[in-house]
Design a protein around this ligand. Structure first.
Ligand code: PLP
Length: 381
């Protein structure tokens, strides 16, 4: 099988699974318990936190564990809205965010907040002039994704950081769920960023675990209230086996990151250079540095995305319609729609999403299958 759907989820790494297994069997005390067994768990929790903080070049108290990307995004948005409601009710984000951001903003709108969705250009990228123009006296938060999950555009998050240096009271949040391990850590962890969302299952950790970076001194209201875990910021008994496994998976992800990024970029180029020659193919992800190395989104005119996905599946190759969340709803890609691509292209778009475990040989197989399928589709239309 060829698994090219790594932006939807990744397979758990065997050594992360082993960590999960060992911690579940041996260190299963509650980190909040006072006895020695609890203390052992508490120590492992903090060891994992320190490991993650060191890998990102931040302080351990700036890492707070969550259940994943959706929780992190919800928390930073709603937590800021609650914390800063006396100062303002205006939020700026982009028209191409993941539903975890977009739908949270829509919910906040119903609660009386005002949201500006920055438009994007033909590559799915916001403009810094639009950001500057959108900032108001009552703006409390700017939230921008690092890498778009549907077509792989890297947003100008560092240029946005420069603008936001003039507005130190505005919270600056980055959704880095698709950006971690893709060679842009210096962009993500920039000196102006206040909050960053991460999700473990996108980098070979178990499902249902993630973390946010919260700059020391920046305040958000807790979303989960209860027993006061995570310094009273995120209550709930910590998922220690998953957290320890995630720390290990993150270390593995960031080991030899440059070589892994180059490998993914080469696989992407091999597919890109092959399929670009076909008349009915439109490629939305560019083969250039301001696009992530692992996402390639394209359409075949006249063929629905679902049809393309299932046709590849018949050859044991797994890709997706643009995002895992929208794939079963048959809705056109939100990103391509925001890019004002014609509907027939939006409904035909599919996403190949890579990982360092993929190979050039898999790209060659993909290209051969692509040729066959393209011919079949052409006969039908
Ligand atoms: C950019 C982005 N943000 C947030 C999420 C949600 O993450 P999770 O699946 O961990 O809830 C995803 C998942 O695909 C994503 O791609």
């Amino acid at each position: 099988m060829i698994y090219f759907d790594n932006s939807a989820t990744t397979q758990i790494d065997p050594s992360a699974l082993n960590t999960y297994d060992q911690v579940s069997k041996k260190i299963w005390g509650n980190p909040s318990s006072l006895h020695r067994f609890g203390e052992e768990s508490f120590n492992l929790l903090n060891q994992s936190r320190k490991q993650i903080a060191d890998l990102l070049g931040v302080q351990p108290n700036e890492i707070i564990f969550t259940s994943g990307g959706t929780e992190g995004d919800n928390w930073v948005l709603k937590g800021t809205a609650i914390e800063k409601r006396k100062f303002g009710r205006h939020i700026i984000t982009t028209a191409v965010e993941h539903p975890a951001i977009h739908n949270t903003c829509e919910q906040l709108k119903q609660l009386g907040y005002d949201v500006t969705y920055l438009p994007v250009d033909g590559e799915g990228r916001i403009s810094i002039d639009d950001l500057k123009a959108a900032i108001r006296k009552d703006t409390i938060l700017v939230s921008i994704m690092a890498v778009n999950n549907e077509i792989g555009t890297i947003q100008p998050i560092k240029d946005a950081a420069e603008v936001l240096k003039q507005y130190p009271n505005i919270h600056y949040h980055i959704d880095a769920v698709q950006g971690i391990g893709k060679g842009i850590q210096d962009l993500i962890m920039n000196e102006r960023v206040d909050f960053v969302t991460f999700s473990g299952h996108k980098f070979h950790a178990p499902r249902g675990v993630g973390f946010i970076y919260k700059r020391a001194g920046k305040k958000i209201a807790p979303l989960m209230i209860g027993g006061g875990q995570e310094h009273n910021l995120r209550s709930g008994t910590e998922n220690l086996p998953a957290i320890a496994a995630m720390a290990r998976a993150l270390r593995l992800l960031l080991t030899d990151e440059d070589a892994k990024v180059q490998k993914q970029a080469a696989i992407k180029s091999a597919i890109y250079d092959h399929i670009k020659n076909f008349d009915k193919v439109t490629i939305f992800s560019k083969d250039q540095d301001n696009f992530a190395p692992h996402i390639l989104c394209f359409s075949i005119l006249g063929v629905r995305g679902e049809t393309i996905v299932h046709a590849f599946e018949d050859h044991d190759i797994y890709i997706s319609t643009t995002s895992a969340c929208s794939s079963k709803d048959h809705v056109p890609s939100a990103t391509l729609t925001a890019m004002q691509e014609p509907t027939e292209l939006c409904t035909s778009a599919v996403r190949v999403s890579l990982d360092a475990n993929n190979t050039l040989a898999e790209a060659e197989t993909f290209n051969r299958v692509f040729d066959q399928l393209y011919e079949q589709f052409s006969k039908l239309s």
